[in-house]
Design a protein around this ligand. Structure first.
Ligand code: MRU
Length: 351
């Protein structure tokens, strides 16, 4: 099987596998301007915290290249102030995943080095490529650490999509499941549908099929019943932002799964790179939760699924308090409570 790589830089443009079209169509959107990358993030053509970070890094490189072209030969260049304006716009594309702001800040730090605008633009492209390459390596390391948590003969439930599609390649929580499977362990895999965008049904099921890992799809609300029946042995999800104390923001529905797991005596794991850990936030109360359009709940594509004019609320993420989390897998190892200490150590060891 060839690896799924949703983000590709070629011919001076960003090629994104359009995740709004999967699994029906495998089409690519080609992005030449940073504003189009911002739109692609907002419209969920590319999604998942690490993938958003990588796309944001390329968006910064595209902004820098255009500004360098425009400022060529002109004294008193506005290059840096205009690049900072682009950075603010890119950061605002989606608020919850910290990887986006993390990647943009890393690019700004490179841009602050001395050099002409074209030199800086060249360095920014190299940095974006480095972030993408590093992401795959980090995910594979998480898989190595996390595979020991996977059962041999039991079962695992996952939520949303945390696979290659949500990253540069390999994935986070799905990568841990993959690493467990590829180590020779055999277990049942369940994945939720993940309303309203159906990242689980459309994307995770597609990835498991490509990987040759048998997986069973369930509606989100069936998870409690399956746990009570003893059919789920553990749960593993990704994360969009992890506060210093371990409180974890992830796809809406994660909190309910964690509480159900505790009620049923099932371990609940999170897998995320250290770039998802936000040590600036003491706990999850400070995490901004993206609210998306109510129409995503009241219709599916063009098809209404609720009466016209009905009110709907659509938080895209929720926060799981750290007390429900059995362990957090990062590229530096498996962290456990007290997370205020173990996550700090994990972040420091990757600096
Ligand atoms: O709204 P999405 O599809 O971007 O949400 C994605 C998730 O919540 C993932 O679980 C998270 O980003 C981790 S992805 C490796």
């Amino acid at each position: 099987m060839s690896e799924i790589r949703p983000i590709r830089w070629a011919d001076g443009q960003l090629h994104l596998l359009d995740q709004t079209r999967l699994p029906a169509e495998e089409t690519t959107v080609v992005v030449a301007r940073y504003e189009e990358a911002v739109d692609a993030i907002r419209e969920m053509r590319v999604r998942g915290a690490p993938a958003i970070g990588v796309t944001a890094a390329y968006a910064m490189a595209m902004a820098a290249r255009r500004l360098a072209d425009e400022s060529r030969g002109q004294p008193g260049s506005q290059f840096m102030p205009l690049l900072e304006q682009a950075a603010t716009r890119i950061k605002a594309a989606r608020p919850t995943a910290v990887n986006l702001g993390w990647a943009v800040d890393r690019m700004l730090a490179v841009a602050a080095s001395s050099g002409t605008p074209p030199e800086i633009a060249g360095r920014l492209l190299a940095e974006a490529e480095k972030i993408q390459t590093e992401d795959e390596a980090i995910n594979r390391r998480m898989g190595e650490f996390g595979k020991d948590l996977m059962p041999d003969g039991g079962s695992v439930l996952t939520h949303c999509n945390t696979g290659a599609l949500a990253t540069s390649a390999f994935g986070t929580a799905l990568g841990v499941i993959r690493a467990g499977w590829e180590s020779g362990k055999r277990f049942d895999v369940f994945n939720t549908e993940t309303r309203p965008w159906l990242q689980g049904a459309r994307l995770t099921s597609w990835e498991f099929q490509k990987l040759g890992i048998p997986a069973t799809l369930l509606v989100d609300s069936a998870a409690g019943m399956l746990m009570r029946q003893g059919r789920i042995g553990c749960v593993i999800t990704g994360a969009d932002r992890i506060a210093a104390n371990g409180d974890t923001a992830n796809k809406i529905g994660t909190y309910a799964l964690a509480v159900l797991a505790r009620e049923n005596g099932i371990p609940f794991y999170v897998a995320a790179p250290t770039s998802t850990i936000d040590l600036g936030l003491p706990d999850g109360d400070g995490i901004e939760i993206e609210e998306r359009a109510p129409e995503e709940v009241t219709r599916y594509g063009a098809v209404p699924t609720a009466p016209q004019g009905v009110a709907a609320v659509n938080p895209a993420f929720d926060v799981t308090p750290h007390r429900y989390i059995t362990a957090i897998v990062t590229e530096s190892g498996v962290a456990s409570a007290p997370y205020a200490e173990s996550l700090l150590l994990a972040v420091r060891s990757e600096k």
